[in-house]
Design a protein around this ligand. Structure first.
Ligand code: MRU
Length: 341
């Protein structure tokens, strides 16, 4: 039987995308059947499907849904225009992760060959993501070994970068699971990841499923944990990486990197080649998604602020390359800084 982390997070079945509704976890294992482009856009914007590689794969399958809706095999003209408009909507559903536009464009490039070809490209990308993640995890395990020779590791991670965020296996969390499989993990500290709790809800769920010892901490406890010697290495994912290695990732990542640098703790980013955007040099040019105030002003359905209070709610921040010990992809270590290694 395959390990839970190897199970695909989304698949094509009976003209629909089938995926776990990540909003319902950890309480409920609810599957969504997304059969229209509107369904896919809504799933991406509401974070039912989330994580840079996963939203890319959902977007690519969304192009296939559109192609079947608007084009018969070999047709051109208005049908193609409609698919292009849908592809544009899918790619714009979330602005920060470059994987989304990359995957949508890749599926769209097969449109002239008909809907079956678009679908074949999208499903090939699911298989590819799985293979890429396995290669990346092998390199990242080595990068951790090089920087943390001690046998028993205390790791810290932020957000969710596991199988839910990818086709399967995961990136940073995949690396943590592989280290745990090798008997090298004493404990994982999981940032709860305010405001939508991807760490508390999803990463803790994946770690529990795999039987890896972990504790959840509030995001603001991470620096204190480092100062108390509870963290040997920080591992995170990425939504967009610029040519010089600045990394956009879930809000709170930058603060973690500053704290890790202060304490001399390796800070490793694990992300596929498809997360690189070499058209940008400087991370300050990355578009950061701003989300609704009520994600911050409510907690568990209850307002926590005075009526009318506004929120500052960026979904991501940018960590400069100088604070990152290593960026690891399926090709190996792309960037290594001496700052904290
Ligand atoms: O808003 P989210 O939950 O989609 O943010 C996800 C992250 O920031 C992840 O760290 C990133 O997409 C990498 S997932 C392998």
């Amino acid at each position: 039987m395959s390990k839970p982390s190897d199970q695909p997070s989304l698949r094509w079945d009976d003209n629909a995308i089938v995926t776990l509704d990540q909003r319902a976890l950890p309480h409920e294992r609810r599957f969504l059947h997304l059969s229209t482009v509107d369904d896919v856009v809504t799933a991406i914007t509401t974070l039912a499907v989330r994580g840079a590689p996963s939203i890319g794969l959902a977007g690519a399958l969304g192009v296939a849904l559109s192609a079947y809706a608007h084009c018969s095999q070999g047709s051109t003209g208005d049908g193609h225009e409609a698919v292009r408009a849908d592809a544009h909507r899918l790619a714009a559903a979330r602005p920060t992760a470059v994987n989304l536009a990359w995957a949508v464009d890749r599926a769209l490039a097969r449109l002239d060959d008909g809907p079956d070809a678009v679908l074949a490209e999208a499903t090939a990308m699911i298989d590819e993501d799985l293979a890429v993640n396995r290669q990346m995890v092998a390199h990242a395990v080595q990068a951790v070994r090089d920087r943390c020779p001690q046998r028993s590791l205390r790791l810290l991670t932020h957000c969710n970068t596991g199988r839910l965020a990818t086709a399967a296996v995961g990136t940073a969390l995949g690396t943590i699971l592989a280290l745990a499989d090798a008997g090298r993990v004493t404990e994982v500290l999981v940032d709860e990841t305010r405001p939508l709790l991807q760490g508390a809800r999803l990463t803790a769920w994946e770690l529990a499923e795999a039987g890896v010892p972990h504790r959840v901490c509030v995001d603001s406890a991470a620096a204190a944990a480092m100062s108390q010697g509870l963290v040997d290495c920080v591992l995170v994912g990425a939504d967009r990486i610029t040519a010089r290695g600045d990394v956009a990732n879930k809000i709170g990542t930058y603060a973690l990197a500053i704290a890790a640098a202060h304490h001399g703790i390796p800070f490793i980013v694990v992300a596929p080649e498809s997360s690189w955007d070499r058209s940008l040099a400087d991370g300050r040019d990355i578009v950061i998604e701003e989300r609704a105030d009520d994600e911050v002003t409510f907690y568990g359905g209850t307002r926590t602020t005075p009526l009318g209070t506004r929120a500052y709610n960026p979904a991501f921040d940018v960590t400069p390359a100088s604070l990152i010990s290593a960026i690891v992809s399926e090709h190996g270590v792309h960037h290594a800084s001496e700052v904290s290694a």
